[in-house]
Design a protein around this ligand. Structure first.
Ligand SMILES: *Cc1c(COP(=O)(O)O)cnc(C)c1O
Length: 464
């Protein structure tokens, strides 16, 4: 049998990619102040900015869009959506929201507040923001095995169980609002969480009477890794594996913009009637009535269908293998990547690629601009532009690492698009020694990475 794993779909509707020359892109990125968030999307050739809301929908999802029942109450689209989410998660109470963070605001607003603590393998940034906005604290306790970026340990998304017990003892179980397991661990490199780790987390939560929530927007991708690498799951379907993980938890938050294969949407699902009732009140005030929340009927149809398609064996295998294809190929060229390759993205360590560029000249932002100039590829810096802070004297306190994320939209790009990206890295590597740093010339106090302006730094090093 041929070994090549092909895209398990045919293309029915296409969108043009507008080609550009390196000279044109040099101008576009300069006009965007060396910040790819400020580029026009039509000036981008391959857009790897995010995998969120960028999936291509299937013909069956589009058919669902046409079937959408837009009745205010009791719509058939709600019943289809509810049945699918209920069957997958096992949770009786399902609250539809316009995206993941709306579900977070409702649940964590309800559970959190001053003096409360949330513990997680890693809180995603909107998760942390919603928790902190409500006055509670969000503490990340990823496994120490994740700190080694080069080992081939397969479950670097795990939570550190010893620290989990320690933090519970330190703050008192009654002050822990919830333990949130993010699967896969997005901010931790898209690394998966093992079933063993989820089970032991559930045990600790149960013993301490603490709520256990899954941030499950990539739970299908996580299930692929469990079947591939964890003992005892060889013959199981991906959906069964996900269902087993849901059974361990008390509820879940989902951004449908990831594994539900749609462009907008989310939900919150819960086992406990009392928490669900309190959350439902907030849903009605801030999102919408219980049988649609933040979604239209057509959205609920597309999500229900997406949740079925994402567990398809051929789809999931293609998805993870194609992400890995990019990562392994650039790694073989000597580009430093976080290893093993995660489910939805490849992370490059820009500080190792540009050892001559100091952190206050933002090696990650430099690589992001190089990718654009040389290939029209858009990626995102996850380093000191995004997470850097200043001390009182105005010196940069850098982020823990200077990464660039190449996130792969689902079902959007073919292998030749990815081969093109791999080829662009040859040029980037050849030019690495002569590549100059950047300095920030304009920024905002919060979330500066979206809007900051940069200039090419005149000299290397300490001046800034
Ligand atoms: C995207 C994401 C969210 C937030 O979802 P939105 O739909 O963007 O609001 C929460 N948690 C994780 C892990 C995510 O990746």
């Amino acid at each position: 049998m041929p070994k090549t794993i092909i895209e398990p779909f045919k293309i029915k509707s296409v969108e043009p990619i507008f080609m550009s020359t390196p000279e044109e892109r040099e101008r576009y990125i300069k006009e965007a102040h060396y910040n790819p968030f400020l580029l026009h999307s039509r000036h981008v050739i391959i857009d790897l900015l995010t995998d969120s809301g960028t999936s291509a929908m299937s013909s069956e999802q589009w058919a669902g869009i046409m079937r959408g029942d837009e009745s205010y109450a009791g719509a058939s689209s709600w019943e289809i959506f509810y049945d699918e989410v209920r069957d997958l998660t096992g949770f009786e109470y399902v609250l539809p929201t316009h995206q993941g963070r709306a579900a977070e605001r409702i649940l964590y607003g309800q559970l959190g507040g001053q003096g409360k603590v949330f513990l997680s393998n890693t809180h995603f940034d909107t998760t942390r923001a919603n928790i902190e906005f409500g006055g509670a604290a969000a503490i990340d306790i990823p496994t120490h095995l994740a700190a080694d970026h080069d080992s081939d340990y397969h479950f670097k998304g795990d939570i550190d169980l010893r620290r989990l017990e320690e933090e519970i003892a330190k703050h008192g179980a009654e002050n822990i609002a919830a333990v949130v397991l993010t699967v896969t661990n997005n901010s931790g490199g898209g690394q998966p969480v093992s079933m063993e780790n989820a089970r032991l987390t559930a045990d600790i939560c149960r013993r301490n009477n603490i709520l256990f929530i899954l941030d499950c927007c990539r739970i299908a991708e996580n299930a692929w890794f469990i079947r591939e690498y964890e003992k005892g799951f060889e013959g199981r379907s991906y959906r069964e594996i996900a269902q087993e993980m849901f059974r361990l938890a008390d509820g879940c938050i989902m951004s449908a913009k990831k594994d539900a294969l749609v462009n907008m949407g989310g939900f919150l699902a819960l086992r406990d009637a009392k928490i669900a009732e309190a959350c439902t009140n907030l849903l009605i005030i801030t999102e919408g009535f219980v049988t649609y929340g933040g979604l239209s009927g057509r959205d609920m149809e597309a999500i229900a269908q997406g949740l079925r398609e994402v567990f398809d064996t051929d789809y999931l295998n293609y998805r993870i293998v194609s992400t890995r294809y990019l990562g392994e190929h650039i790694r073989a060229k000597g580009i430093p990547v976080l290893y093993p390759i995660g489910g939805h993205a490849v992370y490059v360590d820009a500080s190792l690629l540009y050892p001559h560029i100091p952190v206050n000249q933002y090696p990650g932002q430099v690589l992001v601009c190089e990718l654009y100039k040389r290939g029209g590829i858009r990626a995102v810096e996850i380093g000191s532009v995004m997470f850097g802070k200043y001390d009182e004297a105005g010196n940069l306190i850098p982020a823990a690492s200077e990464l660039v994320r190449l996130a792969i939209p689902r079902r959007v790009y073919t292998q030749s698009h990815i081969d093109y990206v791999i080829e662009v890295f040859d040029e980037i590597k050849d030019a690495a020694n002569e590549t100059k740093g950047l300095r920030i010339v304009k920024e905002t106090p919060f979330l500066r990475h979206f809007t900051a302006h940069f200039e090419v730094a005149a000299t290397a090093a300490a001046a800034a």
